[in-house]
Design a binder for this molecule. Structure first.
Ligand code: ZN
Length: 434
């Protein structure tokens, strides 16, 4: 044991450990004085409340003068406090579009799983600092790099968000690669599992769950051939029996029809979904994780090797699809799919660029907040413990110095982050020990 009793006498060290969240065993109680408390799940805003945090959870919410014994007081009386943000579509261990714009396959040749885990760690830290306390990471992480990132966060090696990750992406032969010369072999299997029959799909799902997957990701329309309803149903059946959801990468057309028919949990991207498909999704409670790329990002991504139409065409189509989905009442979960590195900006900065698209689609700040908290919590199957400010929920809390309900871009100004009851960022807070 490195941390003997002599070390524990150093109060400075204990406080430092609490701030950086290094050791979950030192659970500190907090009394957070909040100027406003926003609960996006109900749309309520409460004024001058005190949130008591004990053992990593919200123990009580009461009047401003509520006192808890032995609690460190956190003064956020000039701030707006809300649940931590969520992103339902990340690839934290992947950088696909860099300044040299190499194809996806170059990742397999250049980045070891260890290197990808380190990238995942770097991005996880940046996300938590920006207020993202839960993410669903949907693959492209080599040999399960994100499982190790999740494990390291769980062990308290560094503070990061709760991560629900998919393991390898399951697809029909070839993953998302095309025309790889036979001499090179199936190099895409670094990131993908080829599964071409019902039994192969079931085995692929079990393989990922064995390696810790909290969601199964299928790619449906990356080849002239695609999964039938029966094949997708096999994945859904196998995943659901293990308590895990199914996310499918699909743009539209018959593959999307098959996914909706098979009862998947979410459609990722869905840029070409028709109103009829969106209505069916609404009726079946299937989420849209729209990965609604901002125009500035599309200008960098380009046509992604001919996969996308020109940015001038795709950008307005994405806004229109989000607007239709919201009007129809499809359940929406914010998902960015950001895989770029831009000098001087963090991955989290880039993710928040998507807010502009949601505004352009005329989604209200209240509905955007819901799509970044309680709705993804439901999709990610963590809603019993995360996504709301309510007694019994994990203390995943953030604060901004200005109201995000009047201007959603204020989410860029997050200056306080608490993750599972530990302070991860405190610029906006004044901490007073008892
Ligand atoms: Zn993606």
């Amino acid at each position: 044991m490195i941390l003997g009793s002599a070390y524990l006498k150093s109060k400075t060290l204990v406080v430092a450990l609490l701030i950086f969240g290094a050791l979950p065993v030192f659970a500190q109680n907090y009394a957070i004085h909040a100027g406003r408390v926003i609960d996006p799940s109900t749309g309520t805003v409460l004024k001058d409340r005190t949130i008591i945090v004990a053992n990593g959870r919200i123990a009580a919410i009461g009047a401003a003068d509520l006192i808890a014994k032995d609690a460190v007081v956190i003064d956020l009386s000039h701030e707006w406090v809300l649940p931590g943000l969520m992103d339902a579509h990340t690839h934290l261990s992947l950088t696909e579009v860099g300044s040299d714009a190499l194809p996806l396959e170059s990742t397999y040749l250049r980045d070891s799983t260890a290197y990808r885990a380190l990238r995942g760690e770097r991005n996880s830290i940046a996300l938590l600092q920006a207020g993202f306390t839960t993410v669903r990471d949907v693959g492209n992480s080599g040999d399960y790099a994100m499982q190790d990132v999740r494990r390291a966060i769980g062990a308290g090696w560094f503070a990061g968000p709760t991560i629900i990750d998919s393991g390898k992406i399951i697809a029909a032969y070839g993953g998302q690669s095309h025309e790889i010369p036979p001499e090179q072999g199936a190099l895409w299997r670094y990131d993908y599992i080829d599964a071409d029959t019902v039994s192969e799909i079931r085995k692929a799902v079990r393989t990922n769950i064995y390696h810790g997957a909290g969601v199964i990701k299928l790619v449906l329309d990356n080849s002239p051939y695609h999964y039938s309803v029966e094949e997708i149903r096999a994945a859904v059946d196998e995943a659901h029996r293990a308590g895990v959801g199914v996310a499918v990468h699909v743009y539209g057309g018959e593959p999307a029809d098959n996914a909706i028919e098979a009862g998947v949990d979410s459609i990722e991207h869905g840029f070409d979904l028709t109103d009829l498909q969106l209505i069916k999704m609404k009726d079946k409670g299937i989420f849209l994780v729209g990965t609604d790329y901002p125009r500035a990002h599309l200008d960098i991504i380009g046509t992604a090797g001919g996969v996308f139409p020109e940015p001038a065409v795709l950008a307005p189509a994405i806004i229109d699809r989000l607007k239709r989905a919201h009007r129809i009442g499809v359940r929406l979960a914010f998902g960015s799919d950001t895989v770029m590195d831009v000098p001087g900006r963090t991955r989290a900065d880039l993710m928040l660029d998507y807010l502009a698209v949601w505004r352009a689609a005329e989604v209200s700040p209240a509905d955007i907040l819901k799509s970044m908290t309680s709705e993804p919590a439901r999709l990610l199957r963590v809603d019993k413990t995360r996504g709301r400010i309510a007694v019994g929920q994990a203390a995943d809390l953030i604060a901004t110095p200005a109201d995000p309900l009047s201007e959603i871009e204020n989410l860029r100004r997050v200056d306080f982050v608490m993750k599972d009851g530990r302070v991860a960022r405190q610029r906006g807070a004044n901490l007073q020990n008892p």
